[in-house]
Design a protein around this ligand. Structure first.
Ligand code: ADP
Ligand code: MG
Length: 292
């Protein structure tokens, strides 16, 4: 039978906008010592904006945007939306694309205007032996601002670089401080590149960053922490976070996140704020302490 105080705790959590699937989840949450946070859509707003565009090899920036947006029509990634929004703001007409492929954790590829386009991160460009030497300093500058650098290659020649920024949610910093003050180890886990992830982590007050993780690698990273004896709460919003949410002792989904994430989690945050994580863990710890 569920102890009365746990039932009360589940109810109090709901008053804080935290839905707890069952009493057992609350008991497990009381033992958590490590909080792993996805970056995009969890720590950040999840509404990336194109803030910088640089064209090379004699290409104009509108032409670059036209090619990029035409290719990204096939993608549902938030980064694709940032590029499509920017093109639409400039009233740029999109071209048809062929052979579109989404490459999870890397980017997209396809044919636009009779040329082979690749759009994505350095890993993707390295896989196709695209020489980035001439643009790496520019990319580094973008990362240092906490924005994500996206490279564009046409027939394996780099023709563009875009900076896409997804700022921290306004109250993420204070929520991280609460979690740290509770003595919890706070870790950022993201598919984004290390330099960008570290810049955002710095702003958020997070010292521990695991970056460059492919979508299907997040659950393995959580398992590694568990093998070190950590009791992990994983917080995420995306389809690619679902296996990690299921792997963790406690999975916590953003209520604004994908259905798959919510189904994989024991806790759901109905307010779009990481203060819900601190509230839930604090309540669980207080509830279980009263029982001992
Ligand atoms: P996150 O864990 O931050 O949600 P993902 O695993 O979805 O990241 O993607 C990791 C990286 O792969 C992105 O930061 C980006 O560099 C690249 N990428 C993925 N999809 C796209 C896309 N549609 N357009 C451009 N780049 C992409
Ligand atoms: Mg996310």
């Amino acid at each position: 039978a569920t102890p009365m105080s746990v039932t009360v705790g589940v109810g109090r959590a709901a008053e804080h906008g935290v839905l707890i699937r069952n009493a057992e989840a609350m008991q497990v949450a009381a033992d958590v010592d490590t909080v792993v946070l996805d970056k995009t859509g969890t720590l950040t707003e999840g509404r990336p904006q194109l803030i910088e565009i640089q064209a090379y090899q004699g290409m104009g920036s509108n032409q670059l945007l036209a090619l990029s947006a035409s290719l990204e029509q096939g993608s549902e990634h938030p980064l694709a939306k940032a590029i499509l929004d920017a093109a639409s703001e400039q009233s740029i007409r999109l071209m048809p694309q062929q052979g579109f492929q989404a490459l999870p954790g890397l980017g997209v590829s396809g044919i636009v205007n009779h040329s082979n386009l690749l759009l994505g991160n350095k890993k993707l460009m390295d896989e196709h032996n695209v020489d980035l030497a001439a643009v790496l300093t520019d990319a580094e500058n973008i990362s240092q601002q906490g924005a994500t650098p996206i490279f564009v290659a046409q027939d394996n020649l780099v023709v563009g670089l875009m900076g896409i920024s997804d700022p921290l949610r306004h109250d993420s910093i204070s929520a991280i401080k609460r979690l740290s003050d509770m003595g919890l180890d706070v870790i950022m886990l993201t598919g984004d590149v290390e330099a960008t992830a570290k810049a955002i982590a710095n702003q958020a007050g997070i010292n521990h960053v695991i970056a460059g993780v492919l979508p299907d690698g997040k659950a393995a990273k959580v398992a590694e922490l568990q093998q070190q004896g950590k009791k992990v709460a994983m917080v995420g919003d995306g389809i690619n976070d679902a296996p990690a949410l299921a792997q963790a002792e406690v999975g916590i989904a953003m209520g604004s996140g994908s259905d798959v994430a919510i189904e994989s989690a024991q806790l759901t945050l109905m307010r779009h704020s990481l203060h819900g994580v601190a509230d839930a863990l604090q309540l669980s710890k207080a509830t279980l302490k009263n029982m001992k």
